[in-house]
Design a protein around this ligand. Structure first.
Ligand code: PEP
Ligand code: MN
Length: 341
């Protein structure tokens, strides 16, 4: 249920409603819009009459059910775009962010060089996997803690927040010590135990789309994180499985405007994993911007032919620089501002 307070409602009336909502066994979530405050009463809606009766309290304008299965992630509950801070950089709203870096952290030289080239071209965050979810158990699995340390070194040196994948709830404490954003990969998007644990951390979460997830299922995954208290979730479209085999996955461009309608969360796009070949990454990145994405995440490797994972889809530094030169008119046309370091 959402309780919409009157314009300029008194703080004491707002506090009173929150107290009542909690007394009735619901979780109260406050959303402060430009004009008014909305209080979400999150919990089992079977016994909602008590909440409905709050309509008689001072300061309450209306009480409406949230008909969708996701509540906190829904735009009904939070009409304005969510904008939040990651190490001083704004994510969401009209801010456009570029995250770039290799698929995996492979060595000190490789990650430092990657950081240098992507920063030089204008990326604001560095990506790189230390724990890799590989299809084969015999493929390179990542440098694990050493990889995290190398990412942290790159952050110190280049001043870029780092984004890295978390696969196992038991590694959260370790990964959170180093990372600025914790990434949930496509294969873990319905690992509810992991999502719940991540909901209890203070780090922003980059939630990839499951390769088989509908938009609704994906938003339910976001809801798992948010319902545990962590509201800083960034959605990342990375392609879904379709009958098409010419591309690794199919980048669902329609997901961007649909998500923008249904949720207030920032939406970014990873064309690298979506299409699976470096040749097609640049046009798809432009398309993502034009469709209204709040950012892109691009795989870049100093020498893709030697990459230990996803070399085929990784841009060489020069091509990434070309992409970054091409983007500004698209970003401007989409009404966004490129976030810079
Ligand atoms: C990645 O970002 O390197 C990755 C493994 O992505 P996904 O989970 O989308 O396949
Ligand atoms: Mn990859």
């Amino acid at each position: 249920m959402i309780i919409v307070m009157q314009k300029g409602a008194d703080q004491k009336d707002i506090d009173h409603i929150i107290k009542k909502v909690e007394e009735y066994g619901y979780r109260a979530h406050l959303s402060k819009g430009v004009e008014r405050v909305i209080i979400g009463a999150i919990g089992d809606e079977k016994d909602k009459t008590k909440i409905e009766n709050l309509i008689n309290r001072p300061g309450v304008e209306k009480i409406v059910p949230i008909l969708k299965n996701y509540k906190l992630a829904s735009r009904d509950f939070h009409p304005d775009d969510s904008v939040f801070d990651v190490n001083g950089l704004k994510v969401g709203g009209n801010n456009f962010i570029v995250i770039a870096g290799p698929c995996s952290v492979e060595s000190r030289e490789q990650i430092l060089e990657s950081a240098a080239v992507v920063k030089e071209a204008g990326a604001v965050m560095l990506r790189g996997g230390a724990f890799k979810p590989r299809t084969s158990p015999y493929s390179f699995q990542g440098l694990e803690e050493l990889g995290l340390k190398l990412l942290a070194e790159a952050r110190e040196r280049f001043g870029m927040p780092i984004v890295t994948e978390i696969m196992n709830p038991r590694d959260i404490e370790l990964v959170a010590q180093y990372a600025d954003i914790l990434q949930v990969g496509t294969r873990n998007v319905q690992n509810f135990a992991l999502l719940k644990e991540l909901g209890r951390t203070k780090k922003p979460i980059l939630l990839k789309r499951g390769m088989m997830s509908t938009i609704e299922e994906w938003l339910m995954s976001a809801e798992y994180i948010m319902s545990e208290g962590n509201q800083r979730v960034i959605l990342c479209e990375r392609g879904i499985r379709t009958f098409e085999t010419a591309s690794r996955n199919t980048m669902d461009i329609s997901a961007i405007p649909i998500l923008k309608d249904k949720t207030h969360l920032p939406v970014i796009v990873d064309p690298s994993h979506a299409v699976g070949h470096w040749k097609y990454v640049i046009p798809l990145a432009r398309a993502a911007v034009a469709a209204g994405a709040d950012g892109i995440m691009i795989e870049v490797h100093p020498s893709p032919e030697n990459a230990l994972s996803d070399g085929i889809q990784s841009l060489k530094p020069g091509r990434f620089a070309q992409l970054m030169e091409e983007l500004p008119p698209y970003i401007k046309a989409a009404g966004k501002i490129m976030v810079t370091l």
